[in-house]
Ligand binder design. Structure first.
Ligand code: ASP
Length: 320
């Protein structure tokens, strides 16, 4: 384990297209989240606390597809999911199908620390949230409702990106009964952690679970390599076990930046869907930062001791 005194935090507020009317709110939100996490690291706090608080800040923001402001599924309901991984112990916690837990990432931590399991969803997860007195909040926002209507129209007009969903809705119209956040950190003791939280893909099928709560796909951290959080089309990160793939690359000596670029190259080479938008952020155990995507945008920010102030952007290295 590298024992270095250089705390680093990297956060993302989702890949995809960041429209001009929302981009300032996105940049402000990732900066605030990076500052929240870095404050903890500066005071010798650990990487797990840093990524939890950074992700919780974005879950509360209302700008992102996580916590308050989560995307709606095809039945116009919210089903949130999140995960956390501690690179020191390789302990992990994940949750999904949450309707009103204010901070899904805090429930993921409870699952990691207070149960013998890694992944608890639905009713059981809600029960655990109740036992531990987690705050509840209706995650619905006006903006998400408007977005839902826009996406629904695209779907009905046959212009939605997910082709099989388009076909399903065409054949079964009764289905119409009617942006993800993440953080990776390295603390002063050389420990890494990663956390990811999402409302999931807009118009997803009820019960669908994406990459964000799946350890190795949306989230991975290991003190032997580094930490990675993914955003984008979850089904792609799941099939390529993307976060763990990036960590494997860091373990064999690639820098955080090289690892995420190779990860996105892999998406481009191996996945033939037209819609294969993905973004990755990472930190390696030497404190190097990485961010890459093949989507038009990636809203992200990072802080290192040299920078002090958060560096935020709507794009990183675009890998085509
Ligand atoms: N990866 C998330 C999912 O597929 C969505 C996102 O990153 O915005 O659920």
């Amino acid at each position: 384990m590298a024992n270095i005194q250089k705390p680093v935090i990297v956060v993302h507020g989702g890949a995809g297209i960041w429209r001009l009317d929302r981009s300032q709110a996105g940049l402000d939100g990732v900066k605030k989240a990076a500052e929240t996490g870095f404050e903890i690291l500066k005071k010798s706090g650990n990487a797990v606390d840093a990524v939890i608080e950074a992700v919780a800040a974005m879950e509360d923001d209302g700008t992102f597809n996580a916590g308050y402001g989560s995307s709606l599924n095809i039945e116009k309901c919210v089903e949130m999911e999140a995960s956390i991984m501690d690179g020191k112990t390789l302990q992990a916690g994940a949750t999904g199908l949450l309707t009103d837990v204010k901070n899904p990432v805090r429930l993921a931590r409870i699952i990691m620390e207070k149960t013998d399991h890694v992944f608890i969803v639905g009713k059981g997860a809600e029960k655990l949230a109740k036992i531990f007195g987690l705050e509840r909040r209706n995650p619905l926002t006006e903006r998400r409702l408007e977005y839902y209507e826009e996406q629904k129209k695209l779907l009905k007009d046959g212009k939605f990106e997910l082709r099989k969903l388009r076909d399903l809705v065409e054949n079964y119209p009764e289905l119409f009964k009617l942006e993800t956040v993440g953080a990776v950190a390295l603390d002063k003791n050389g420990n890494v952690a990663a956390a990811t939280s999402t409302g999931g893909f807009p118009l997803k099928f009820p019960g669908r679970i994406g990459d964000s709560p799946i350890i190795g796909c949306g989230t991975y951290a290991d003190n032997h390599s580094g930490a990675c959080s993914a955003t984008g089309v979850g089904e792609i990160a799941m099939r390529l076990v993307l976060a763990k793939t990036a960590c494997n690359l860091m373990e064999i000596g690639k820098t955080a930046q090289e690892a995420v670029e190779i990860g996105i190259e892999l998406v481009n080479k191996r996945i033939s869907n037209n819609y294969n938008h993905m973004g990755l952020i990472s930190v390696d155990i030497y404190g190097n930062v990485g961010a890459a995507h093949n989507s038009p945008n990636l809203c992200w920010a990072y802080i290192t001791p040299e920078k002090r102030e958060p560096v935020a952007s709507l794009s990183a290295k675009i890998v085509k």
